[in-house]
Ligand binder design. Structure first.
Ligand SMILES: [Zn+2]
Length: 634
């Protein structure tokens, strides 16, 4: 997955989704019988087949209509179960919460008893019938790459949110028939079509089926081939991107990545783009991806960079996480959180290669690529959480958000990308540029890609050491399972690059006030914009343990403080000086003081060292192009 809004912090919209999902976990069950919680039952399923029929006859109600036919049933009871999470979006969303009007019966229309035994499971009494029909509706008003959406312009779904599986039968083949509203001509999906049956698709098992998001409507479709493999680009929504350039850039990123990884491990690939006012990041799948872009981003460099960043990241995922992955990530357990310490590899290094391939594809100059890396450095170095949390802990923590995340966390995308860069440069340096992180990823693809099992705990480090032919224990202890500051200067130096840190021009007091940024659930609302209500305090700033969220800042040194005057009022105090503050804490009027710190905020820049040696330049050239240097040791 990738979000475009912020790499450092969980975006407010996602946090809100999670918050809503959590509220719903404890809400009363929906209509229908509710049995005492029972463990879902796996059934004998040797010949069982599942087919779904998807309708959308009243699209403005946002309700998808699903009929599920289960054939060759032999068991007295079947458990029909919805996933609680979507692979790639590591949070509990409970697909079943939007299910309504669940009914079970025979194919002849006779009703069968069905009881809700878990929040996500219905138990159907088969009463000796060998074929069952289950029907239900799903409310689909979540337009996000990880959501489901139905309105008068299109239908879009992630299979995990729309289709349940039969417990014990996820390995059985599936067919899907889609009944489109009149006038909707196109279905874009990674699913395989069934010959001779229009709008009917098939998958060998539930994991494959659920991993093919599908766009239905009047979307614009572009096509190209690369090495005889067809690619589709489906675009929903109005936008101002130049489509000739858009397609050319997608092709360039595809070519660059296929060149590194060797071959396309699929028969065809589908990019689904949603153009909307707010964009929305991307979500990876086996042979497709859905990407949300800001619809008018085509007019700005930032819009194009966002398109490149997400597209390159999501495409690289087709190997990193969709084929080879830590063993927790597939085959999937859809019933619970599946934590892994290695999302810094699966996500962070996908970002590393995403950006590197924008450069290798020629869409970024080296200088633009350095700017992207420097901004990752700036993000991580601006977060006090990097001193107390390891990147492995950060990976595991993705399943929830911490109320003190401002001071206790960072993103494993961000630090994982930087660790990818450090490892790559370190390996190149140690081996005279003969062995690289590219080789590690090809090695992972050879050894841990589907249908093989994922790598066990410690498997990634082992792959690095196998390829590099040397010990990386200290590196992993310090920077992966430890919290030491990352050695950027040393690694960049191998490539003849310099990292420069510049102090910010104005003092960063490390205090935010309600109304400063996007609203978060639970954030305080300022009724009067002239009142300064503290919403957050940086752990390494002057107000740490002096101010707290909820405090109302009234005066600094006896003079009224306002949003407009605050920066200049604080600028008058030098490092080490005492700053008297008057505050309300609840209903108590207090005089407190903080000791001014030095300037903390900084910008970072990566530039080429004009004094770089031929060896450093050769390493850099090989890194930026993906080609092994001719003089490299073998
Ligand atoms: Zn991702």
């Amino acid at each position: 997955m990738k979000t475009t809004t912020s790499r450092a912090r969980r975006p407010a919209a996602l946090a809100l989704l999670l918050y809503v999902a959590l509220l719903n976990v404890s809400s009363p069950a929906m209509t229908g019988a509710v049995a005492a919680a029972q463990t879902p039952r796996a059934v004998a399923t040797t010949n069982l087949t599942v087919s779904y029929e998807l309708g959308m006859s009243r699209p403005t109600t946002h309700l998808f209509e699903v009929t599920m036919t289960i054939a060759n049933v032999t068991a007295p009871q079947l458990d029909v179960q919805f996933p609680v999470w979507i692979p790639g979006a590591y949070r509990v969303v409970d697909a079943a919460r939007n299910v309504q009007e669940f009914r079970a019966g025979t194919t002849a229309g006779q009703t069968l008893p069905a009881a809700k035994t878990q929040t996500n499971t219905w138990r159907v009494e088969t009463s000796g019938n060998s074929a069952l029909r289950v029907s239900y509706k799903v409310y689909a008003d979540a337009l996000s790459v990880a959501g489901i959406h139905l309105d008068d312009t299109h239908g879009y779904f992630n299979g995990t949110l729309l289709f349940p599986y039969v417990v014990g039968a996820k390995d059985r083949p599936i067919t899907l028939t889609i009944n489109k509203p009149r006038g909707w001509k196109t279905i874009s999906t990674g699913l395989e079509s069934v010959a001779g049956r229009p709008d009917t698709f098939t998958a060998p098992d539930y994991d494959t089926f659920a991993d093919c998001p599908t766009e239905i409507g009047t979307q614009n479709v572009l096509r190209f081939d690369h090495q005889n493999v067809p690619y589709e680009i489906a675009i929903w929504g109005s936008h101002n991107y130049d489509l000739t350039r858009f397609q050319k850039e997608v092709e360039a990123m595809v070519r660059s990545q296929i060149e590194m990884m060797g071959a396309a491990p699929f028969k065809r690939y589908v990019f689904i783009f949603h153009m909307s006012p707010n964009g929305g990041g991307g979500l990876e799948h086996l042979n497709s991806t859905t990407i949300g872009l800001r619809k008018y981003g085509g007019a700005t460099d930032q819009g194009w960079d966002s398109f490149r960043g997400v597209t390159s990241h999501e495409f690289f995922h087709l190997w990193n996480v969709k084929r080879f992955r830590p063993e927790a990530l597939g085959p999937f357990d859809y019933t619970r959180q599946v934590p892994t310490t290695d999302l810094y590899v699966s996500e962070g290094m996908t970002s590393y290669y995403g950006d590197l391939h924008i450069r290798r594809a020629g869409l970024w100059t080296p200088a633009r690529f350095y700017t992207a890396l420097a901004s990752e450095v700036q993000t991580l170095q601006g977060l006090p959480g990097r001193r107390i949390l390891t990147v492995e802990e950060s990976s595991v923590n993705t399943w929830f958000s911490n109320d003190n995340s401002r001071n206790s966390s960072f993103s494993y995308y961000n630090k994982g990308q930087l660790i990818g860069m450090l490892l790559d440069l370190e390996m190149r340096q140690r081996t005279g540029n003969a062995r690289t992180l590219d080789d590690v990823f090809r090695h992972l693809n050879d050894n841990y890609a589907l249908p093989k099992a994922g790598w066990p705990v410690g498997g990634f480090r082992k792959a690095v050491e196998t390829i590099a032919g040397s010990d990386f224990g200290e590196f992993f202890t310090r920077y992966v399972s430890g919290t030491e500051e990352l050695p950027y200067e040393r690694a960049l130096g191998y490539a003849g690059l310099k990292l420069e840190r510049k102090d910010a021009a104005t003092r960063d007091h490390g205090i935010t006030f309600a109304g400063d940024g996007p609203m978060r659930p639970g954030a305080l609302v300022n009724r009067d914009p002239s009142l300064l209500t503290v919403s957050g305090v940086d752990a390494d700033g002057p107000a740490n343990n002096v101010l707290a969220p909820g405090d109302m800042l009234l005066a600094i040194n006896g003079e009224r403080a306002t949003q407009a005057t605050l920066p200049l009022q604080l600028e008058r105090f030098k490092e080490g000086e005492r700053v008297p503050l008057t505050i309300f804490r609840g209903d108590r009027l207090l005089e407190v003081s903080m000791t001014m710190t030095g300037r903390r905020a900084a910008t970072y820049e990566i530039t080429e060292d004009p004094k770089a040696t031929a060896e450093q330049k050769a390493l850099r050239e090989s890194w930026l192009t993906g080609k092994k240097a001719e003089s490299s040791k073998q």
